[in-house]
Design a protein around this ligand. Sequence first.
Ligand code: SAH
Length: 360
Amino acid sequence: MVKKDIKAYNLQQLKQEMLALGEKEFRAKQIYEWIHKKQIEDFKEMTNISEDFKEKLKERFYLVTLKPLKIQVSKLDGTTKYLFELSDGSRIESVWMKYHHGNSVCISSQAGCRMGCRFCASTLDGLTRSLEVSEMLDQIYRIQRLTKERVDNVVVMGMGEPFDNYENLLRFIELLTDENGLNISQRNLTVSTCGLTEKIRELAEEKLQITLAISLHASNDDLRKQLMPVANRYSMKELMEACQYYFKKTGRRITFEYSLIHEVNDKIEYAHELAGWIRHMNCHVNLIPVNPIKERDFKQSQKKEILNFKNKLENYGINVTIRREMGGDIDGACGQLRKSYHNEQKEKENESCGCMGKQI
Ligand code: SAH
């Protein structure tokens, strides 16, 4: 019998599964709470379920539990980066951050990424695969268990492009915000995309209260194409129209992310050009000093340039924040920990067997 992923079911579906097993419907709620509220790692933790029934469950279902391979804690601010291994050996990253307004977890939606943004480490080895709903949820569940602290906010800004895993993203949102589970409010969830416009429009129809963040990083098509291959598929104009549509349908203010790269996209005229696109929109700009990765020679903009860029946008009445750098002493940016872990492993293999460049 092919086992099923029990963490991917919503309560209604779990009820159907219980009935099909000849069990009472109320069992579904008990099991659902063990999985999503108490975030158990093993069926044996279900103490109000008989041994016989647990055996029956184990025959039919498996419980996805991610294995922490490496945990890096920042000495500067306690930001913690987790490298998790999935059951097929793929690796993903998640980050735990403590802010004044609560605890945030940044999760991955895919192992690797195929979007190819030039400054991003997640995309260097391409896409391995999209994550299952259970694998997205379990990043949060494991971290909550390991830290013994409540997760208040979730951002889908780790490895991968969430809209390239759209169906699972929707189911993930449903389960994460379910009152019978972790019960995170939609308003405490942010999903970041490089801008797949048809999916922005599709999501608008769901009328969710989540925050949509758009990775813009440029103020015109030519510049954006240099940094993000996805700009060859969607123009700035199409992207902005999709954002306006999203706002019209949901009433939710859009966040634009702009990673500032020294002498690439940080000129003051770009701030002016950007304002031309967004100053009449209900939006917010998050300026991110680019996190340099060693495979590319992009450098962070200087403090003065970042402030000038911010001031210019503010002069147009645009809401701007500069993202506080978290975990600057650990492999902070998306995909960096996984990449450096892989490189480390490669070096170890090379030392032991003397072969060169063996991929893992
Ligand atoms: N694929 C999604 C979400 C993942 S990346 C997206 O593109 O939005 C989350 C954010 O971090 C994106 O804005 C991305 O462009 C940015 N990012 C990736 N690598 C970075 C780096 N080295 N420095 C600064 N920002 C980076």
